[in-house]
Design a binder for this molecule. Structure first.
Ligand code: GLU
Length: 440
């Protein structure tokens, strides 16, 4: 293992959805591709909204996806460390106290907008005299804190977006500590990334402007700046960012029978020029991943497409990948998988082949003749052809008129795997009874 390290840093304020799952997927793929390690960081500085239930659900989904982490940290356990860094940065003049209320800030913002100016905080708090500060305190105001950006151009070479360039003059000093003393995400994230030696940060493009400010925070800490990759956000099938998409829970997709590697394959290729193909293990998917190919346009995510893709995935899913979850052997799996929408549907075909079934009699004359002609076992895939040929000659029927009544009698289904493959799985005893119209 080299020193490459990525992290997935969810806030445990909700369940995993398709958006943050995609972020986790790309982090994991990059770790695998580069031979690095993957860390799970629980961003729980928002104590009101963070819940253990969500945190456990996140771990559960990651494990189900097959993503594993070699290290875990939680931000709420590191407040002492963050406060120590804050003290240092205050001394260096990079963090300063502000006393404006939310309403005052809103008025300032509106005034700037009315003048056609960008709503950038004017740093008036830097000019407060000790008397003014004392007056605010006497009023009962408590400070919030901002990180002071240095003027100049902030640049980085984004693994997805290419060269990115921001003029610090166009950015507001980010608030990093609220009035109640709680931390906003920006600075703790940088301290963690520095302390844990994160080399690559892969996250949604909604963090691009945070990145500009955070690069200055890394510099203020005197540590090297990691590489960044900002993934274009997914849009809903209706073409715009949808609420529904943000909340499309992976737990629900799992309950509906989606396969983890189908979700991973789909998310990894969505928005690239490459075809979305099933990959059955992480390593082979990771070998194909190239973040530069993602481009900047926001890919459209359609749940229906994912479901169709999942079905396609199941149709060629190797037995090795499912054998722990099913009772059937590989021969049975290979015969029926092409007719399954999801793996669990195999139970239906197990019932058809091994349990009692009431046949559907469409052409009694034909099926009882078929029963008489049924050859002795042992059967193999060729049994059906010779039997059907004989039946065709004796009955004078062919095509659908011949095969449809046979299928209905043998399986009570309109569709299914090829009869030549299914017949040996059903066996002679059951086939004979069913062809004679009897439950078996
Ligand atoms: N907790 C942040 C989020 O979920 C993490 C962002 C980041 O990866 O830096 O948006």
């Amino acid at each position: 293992m080299n020193n490459i390290k990525v992290r997935f840093a969810p806030s445990p304020t909700g369940y995993m959805h398709i958006g943050n799952t995609r972020t986790a997927v790309f982090n994991w793929l990059l770790a695998l591709k580069l031979g690095g390690s993957f860390m799970l960081r629980i961003d729980d500085t928002d104590i009101q909204r963070s819940k253990t239930e969500y945190e456990n659900a996140i771990r559960d989904i990651l494990s189900w996806l097959g993503i594993s982490w070699s290290e875990e940290a939680r931000q709420s356990a590191r407040l002492e460390r963050y406060n120590a860094v804050v003290e240092k940065l205050k001394q260096q003049g990079r963090i300063y106290a502000c006393y404006e209320t939310a309403e005052e800030l809103e008025v300032m913002r509106k005034q700037l907008m009315n003048k056609g100016l960008p709503p950038i905080y004017d740093r008036r708090a830097l000019n407060l005299t000790p008397r003014e500060v004392a007056a605010y305190k006497a009023e009962g105001r408590r400070p919030h804190y901002r990180f002071k950006l240095c003027s100049g151009i902030i640049e980085w070479d984004d693994m997805v977006r290419g060269k990115c360039r921001y003029d610090a003059a166009n950015l507001a000093d980010p608030v990093i500590i609220r009035e109640d003393g709680s931390f906003l995400y920006h600075l703790p994230s940088v301290i963690d990334d520095a302390d844990f030696g994160i080399t690559h940060i892969i996250r949604g493009e909604d963090h691009v402007t945070n990145t500009a400010a955070q690069i200055q925070m890394f510099e203020a800490l005197g540590v090297s700046v990691p590489c960044f990759a900002h993934l274009p956000l997914l849009t809903g099938s209706e073409g715009k960012l949808s609420k529904r998409l943000g909340s499309l829970g992976v737990r629900e997709l799992r309950a509906e029978g989606m396969e983890p590697m189908a979700i991973a394959s789909f998310l990894a290729k969505l928005g690239t020029s490459e075809a979305i193909e099933p990959y059955y293990d992480w390593q082979s998917l990771a070998a194909t991943v190239d973040l530069h190919r993602l481009g900047r346009s926001q890919p459209r995510f359609d749940e229906k497409e994912l479901k169709l893709f999942n079905t396609r995935y199941v149709h060629s899913l190797p037995y090795e990948n499912v054998k722990k979850r099913i009772c059937a052997d590989s021969a049975f799996w290979n015969v029926v998988r092409g007719n399954l929408e999801k793996v669990e549907d195999i139970a239906e075909w197990e019932n058809i082949c091994h349990k009692k079934l009431k046949p559907v009699v469409e052409d009694a004359a034909l099926t009882s003749l078929a029963a008489k002609l049924l050859p002795a076992e042992p059967w193999d895939e060729d049994t059906f052809a010779s039997w059907a040929e004989e039946l065709k000659m004796q009955s004078g029927k062919k095509g659908k008129a011949l095969f449809h009544p046979l299928r209905l009698a043998l399986t009570a289904q309109e569709n299914g795997p090829e009869l030549k493959k299914l017949l040996p799985l059903i066996g002679r005893a059951k086939a004979l009874e069913r062809l004679n119209g009897r439950e078996a």
